[in-house]
Design a protein around this ligand. Structure first.
Ligand SMILES: [Zn+2]
Ligand SMILES: [Zn+2]
Length: 155
């Protein structure tokens, strides 16, 4: 399916093509720190299909102790929104695009969870589907399993 998205301030925008089966949640500690949350949700897109439409993301390269592979993390230099990660060098095979930046995020569900052994209590047991139908706009502390915002709660 065709995907497009933008950062929070609108400086960066991009488009890509992906199979919606390629959405995954990552619970690794790098994703926890990098998002400021307890997990990250991304969709893998083929390298050839990804195209920046406006702006130039800031790149940050981190080599994790776990895999030894350097990863390029990108984000908006103005507002800090994470956009994607990829491998270093020209013409990477794929991009892991951050689902929260996509205009199509309502049509995607995660098919896989990675680094589940690093998952925090806040980051699993999520019941997003029922929360979207019934949940309150703000989550009380006793409903910590709920991490979503119900449709109509934005603003
Ligand atoms: Zn921005
Ligand atoms: Zn991760």
């Amino acid at each position: 399916m065709r995907l497009d998205g933008r950062c929070h301030c609108g400086y960066l925008s991009f488009e890509a093509e992906s199979d919606p089966q390629n959405v995954s949640i990552c619970h690794c500690t790098d994703c926890q720190t990098g998002t400021g949350s307890v997990f990250r949700i991304s969709v893998r897109t083929p390298g050839k299909s990804f195209k920046m439409l406006s702006g130039e993301p800031t790149r940050y390269v981190k080599t994790t102790a776990e895999t030894g592979n350097p990863r390029v993390q990108t984000f908006c230099p103005k507002c800090g929104t994470p956009i994607y990660s990829t491998s270093p060098g020209d013409n990477p095979d794929s991009y892991m695009v951050r689902v929260g930046t996509l205009n199509q995020r309502d049509q995607l569900t995660a098919k896989q969870q990675n680094w589940f052994r690093s998952a925090r209590p806040l980051g699993y047991g999520t019941r997003l589907d029922s929360a979207r139908r019934e949940g309150p706009c703000m989550s009380p502390i006793e409903n910590m399993h709920w991490i979503g915002r119900r449709a109509g709660c934005d603003s």
